[in-house]
Design a protein around this ligand. Structure first.
Ligand SMILES: [Zn+2]
Ligand SMILES: [Zn+2]
Length: 361
């Protein structure tokens, strides 16, 4: 099968013919139909996130089940599915208290004594996030999949596996935005637009989108922003002034210490800051202890939507089918696997919300 392979950081991905192993008892093989380009994969390309190479990146994919291992009864060939990196053990305290998105025993990879799922000749190739969605097929652990409702288009369903799950889930679950509240979202990329959309679904009265790139403001308004503020050093003062002292909820969806600190400074008393953006390994932001104490502020982290994706993804798909959740507007361009490097160039230039690779195999 064809796959886009990362062999060296800061270099283009190479399109290669690789082999996929047969499913082991707890694995499922999927024919990929749609695969979104998320910024997190770019952290592997840029070198901000250390990734064992060679690797097949991609972690936002939808497709059709082709084959299942001997222990898998919950999926069968022909099922339309969305994959997610939040695989889980089912036995730990987090799994058993409804938080399998933070399971510490995530069975992403095979045991070390087993052959690699992806190979090229004798060379083992790793899968980003246990998925490897930039390929015609994926072979993954059974817990990294969920079925979607009938009639859900698979190119758009792919985005439910990361951008929508992460963004909408951060607003609804971890941020727990309340009706009538004021929300500020810093960063209007694929995930940020979905935090805006989640805040809209939660009934926020005012949603302020902040981004350096003013070209993103039209899209932010489409997803539910009521006000847009240009990012930069003046953004904190501007948000504080227009909200009469700060927002009830803030979300940072870039992963930069400077904007994480700004998100905290944009809150009113008893405000809640939710960290959504993926920061480079080793980076940190500072939190003024006295201010957090005196203003009773909260800082929360949110990973992959802070809820079991097995329930959340089909629910979001149904919201799309009911016309309540926007997905069509999120797809800026449909591309072929061969165009993946151009797709990332367009993302970095800030020209697209999401590019989706569509396979016609
Ligand atoms: Zn992602
Ligand atoms: Zn677990």
């Amino acid at each position: 099968m064809k796959a886009a392979v990362l062999r060296e950081i800061q270099q283009p991905l190479t399109i290669e013919d690789v082999e996929l192993d047969a499913p082991r008892p707890d694995e499922v093989r999927i024919r990929v139909v749609g695969s979104g380009l998320c910024h997190s994969d770019y952290h592997s390309i840029s070198g901000d996130l250390l990734t064992p190479m060679p690797a097949v990146l991609g972690h936002e994919a939808a497709g059709v089940v082709e084959a299942v291992g001997s222990d898998v009864s919950e999926f069968k060939p022909g099922d339309e599915v969305v994959s997610c990196t939040s695989m889980y053990c089912g036995h730990c305290r987090d799994c058993q208290t409804g938080h399998n998105n933070v399971c510490g025993n995530n069975p992403k990879s095979r045991a070390e004594d087993l052959p690699s799922r992806i190979t090229r000749g004798k060379e083992a190739i790793s899968q980003f996030a246990g998925l490897g969605g930039f390929a015609e097929e994926m072979l993954i652990h059974r817990t990294g999949l969920t079925k979607i409702p009938e009639g859900m288009p698979l190119d758009r369903a792919a985005l439910l596996g990361c951008a929508v799950l992460t963004g909408v889930g951060a607003a609804l679950n971890r941020g727990a935005v309340s009706p009538g509240s004021t929300v500020v979202v810093i960063g209007c990329g694929g995930v940020g637009l979905n935090v805006i959309q989640g805040a809209r679904l939660a009934g926020a009265a005012r949603i302020i989108a902040v981004d350096l790139n003013e070209r993103k403001f039209d899209l932010a308004r489409t997803f539910g922003a009521t006000d847009c503020v240009k990012g930069g050093p003046d953004a904190v003062a501007e948000v504080r002034e227009m909200t009469g002292g700060g927002a009830d909820y803030s979300f940072e969806v870039i992963g930069l210490p400077s904007t994480q600190e700004q998100a905290l400074m944009m809150l009113r008393r008893r405000g809640v800051f939710t960290v959504v953006g993926m920061a480079p390994s080793g980076s940190s932001f500072s939190v003024p202890g006295v201010m957090v104490m005196a203003m009773e502020l909260e800082v929360r982290g949110s990973l992959m939507g802070s809820a079991p994706f097995q329930q959340a993804i089909p629910n979001y798909a149904q919201l799309y089918l009911n016309g309540k959740l926007k997905l069509d507007e999120l797809v800026s361009q449909r591309i072929k696997l061969e165009d993946i490097n151009d797709g990332y160039d367009n993302m970095i230039a800030g020209d697209v919300a999401r590019s989706v690779i569509v396979f016609d195999n």
